[in-house]
Design a protein. Structure first.
Length: 165
């Protein structure tokens, strides 16, 4: 008997519309392939520590900002859980802290994920400059260092497909 290609799927949530699309894609996958889903949001405390060390933030500001990010992260995870419930799909959620790409890979390894879903960003056709920010840097590191397959979701019609499911 052939082993399924992916039984456990990790969805990376960062609050962007693209990551919500990745969650919707994962929900559709779970309905079709009966795989387990887990959504993870990582509060990037590694960057916060760097900003504090470089005196961009004072320690109190950094702690307040981290707490706000945790509240936001939990709100996004709760929303993703609701999206799954609306389609009869259970999604486990986890809020982590640390360096984004490292924590995503550790979470995927811990759940024995066969696939990581990342939100894809379409480049603006009017823009000739590619955006290089913390999100794209983390995505690149996840793609390069993950111990399982990584799928960048760029499905243009995902919201409509999710609504129809």
């Amino acid at each position: 008997m052939i082993k399924p290609l992916f039984q456990n799927v990790l969805i990376v949530i960062n609050g962007s519309e693209a990551s919500i699309h990745a969650a919707q894609y994962g929900i559709l996958m779970a309905k079709l392939y009966r795989c387990n889903l887990k959504a993870v949001y990582v509060v990037d405390t590694a960057t916060l520590k760097q900003l504090t060390l470089s005196k961009f933030f004072v320690a109190d500001e950094s702690r307040m900002y981290e707490e706000n990010l945790k509240v936001d992260g939990q709100r996004y995870l709760d929303y993703v859980k609701e999206l799954g419930q609306a389609k009869g799909v259970k999604i486990e959620t986890e809020l982590r802290t640390g360096a984004v790409w490292t924590e995503v890979i550790v979470a995927a390894d811990e759940m024995k994920a066969g696939l990581i879903l990342l939100g894809g960003y379409r480049s603006d056709m009017n823009s000739s400059v590619e955006k290089h920010d913390a999100v794209s840097s983390s995505s690149h590191e996840i793609i390069m260092n993950a111990h399982c397959s990584v799928l960048v979701v760029r499905e243009k019609m995902i919201e409509q497909l999710y609504k129809l499911a």
